[in-house]
Design a protein around this ligand. Structure first.
Ligand code: GDP
Ligand code: IMO
Ligand code: MG
Length: 423
């Protein structure tokens, strides 16, 4: 059965670890959206890997990975990532990593524009990762983007690039940011393309061949439901469809080949960057940061932390068609005497069960909490669902009751082995 993995919150739910866990029973792992704004951490036998563009499946020998057409690709960053993985002893070859010819390129001017636009937003800034993601997708939608396939025709590529650089330099100059040197960029990008060319492929045909051969596919979502350009807390979102539908458009694998959707949520909530966050809680942030946890895998920024928000996860269940939930970081709550779970919002004196339509309304919402007694014991060594403390199981049952989603996987630590599967 083919599986789509999505984040049910604001990203960093632990998707990388869950993908890694599920890859054992998979043949092909596909990224279908986002770019190197993603940071997916996998820890195995004490060795830590952080993936940005390459599917986490690369860590398993014998698995095939695809970067699909819906991804925006920074070639320089990808080469760096491949080199880092190789230095960690991971095999990356054209046989186990195919890159879509249809993927759009993230160029250095997109990064420059990302920063310039953020500075000009002042108090209304989004808190982007600064990786040029928004400007690259804007070019795609505006139909002026450069794609991997364009690299095959260096002359036509140079013409298109010249136009883009000229246009970008006007904005960069106006905001006092360094301008792009067309000649240097043109040379460097073609060099990078030469390095990566053996990986370029028609990944739609490839994915369909894998399907015809009876291989099992796993789609590794990046970001999370509330960073989705359509369903997230707009405008404090990323620029792609991070929800399950994005797996299809971003890979050319149609919905009829998706067998199930696994949603990943932390046992609490985190968010990095600006935007509404109804259950945000400073004490909880201090608790996690004090433990050295909840710092971003891409930018190192401290994540904002709050209680589990069932309003969001329940709605994520609808938008994505989540069949089962993986709840990660349960161990983060091990030492708390009282745990809160948000079951509804109050907006202008009225109880609401669904996320409101705008960020402004989100900001006006207050959480309606249920309180649950903490289990006050260490769960990190537990590998069997029934061996979890009764109060921890009661908490997970409340998550299921309030989100209407069955919890099938539980994370009790960052290592691959610290994963519990509930049969
Ligand atoms: P992703 O972007 O969704 O893949 O998540 P990140 O890797 O950005 O952030 C998740 C963080 O939580 C990483 O530091 C993981 O190593 C860590 N993590 C994942 N699952 C667990 C868990 O069950 N317990 C603990 N303690 N850490 C976890
Ligand atoms: P993974 O895949 C958490 C956030 C940024 C910012 C907003 C827009 O690791 O879960 P962008 O650079 O995409 O234009 O930034 O989205 N963001 C993420 N937050 N996890 C991510 O990815 C994120 N990717 C982007 O912090 O708020
Ligand atoms: Mg992350």
């Amino acid at each position: 059965m083919n599986t789509v993995i999505v984040g049910a919150q604001w990203g960093d739910e632990g998707k990388g670890k869950i993908v890694d866990y599920l890859t054992e029973k998979t043949d092909v792992v596909i990224r279908a959206q986002g770019g190197n704004n993603a940071g997916h951490t996998v820890i195995n036998d004490g060795k830590k890997y952080v993936l940005h563009l390459i599917p986490s499946g690369i860590l398993w020998p014998g698995k095939s990975c695809i970067i699909g057409n819906g991804v925006v690709l920074d070639l320089f960053s990808l080469i760096e990532e491949i080199n880092t993985l190789r230095s960690q002893g991971i095999l990356v070859t054209p046989e186990n990593l195919a890159i879509s010819e249809g993927a759009h390129l993230v160029m250095p001017y997109h990064r420059g524009l990302d920063s310039s636009k953020e500075s000009s937003r002042g108090n209304g800034k989004i808190g982007t990762t600064g990786r040029g993601i928004g400007p690259a997708y804007a070019d795609k939608i505006e139909r002026t983007g450069l794609r991997v396939a364009d690299l095959d025709d260096p002359e036509a590529f140079a013409e298109k690039l010249a136009l883009k650089v000229e246009e970008a330099n006007l904005t960069l100059e106006a905001t006092g940011a360094p301008k792009i040197d067309l000649e240097v960029l043109g040379r460097e990008i073609l060099e990078a393309a030469e390095t990566l060319r053996p990986h370029f492929a028609n990944t739609v045909a490839l994915a369909h061949q894998y399907i015809a051969d009876g291989k099992r596919l796993l789609f590794e979502g990046a970001q999370g439901t509330y960073l989705d350009i359509d369903h997230g807390t707009y405008p404090f979102v990323t620029s792609s469809n991070t929800t399950s539908g994005g797996a299809c458009t971003g890979s050319g694998v149609p919905p009829k080949h998706v067998g199930q959707v696994v949603g990943v949520a932390k046992a609490y909530t985190t968010r990095v960057g600006e935007g509404p966050f109804v259950t945000e809680n400073q004490e909880l942030s201090d608790h996690f940061h004090g433990m050295g946890r909840e710092f971003g895998a891409t930018t190192g920024r401290a994540r904002r932390c709050g209680w589990f928000d069932a309003v969001l996860v329940r709605y994520a269940g609808m938008v994505n068609g989540i069949d089962q939930l993986a709840v990660t970081n349960l161990d983060g709550l091990d030492t708390l005497p009282v745990i809160r779970l948000c079951v509804a919002y109050e907006l202008n004196g009225k109880r609401i069960e669904f996320p409101p339509a705008t960020s402004r309304l989100f900001d006006a919402c207050t959480p309606v909490y249920e309180e649950i007694e903490g289990w006050l014991s260490d769960t990190t060594e537990i590998r069997d669902y029934d061996a979890l403390p009764e109060k921890a199981r009661a908490y997970l049952d409340r998550i299921t009751a309030t989100t209407a989603l069955p919890v099938r996987i539980v994370g009790v630590g960052p290592d691959r082995s610290q994963t519990i599967f509930r049969a």
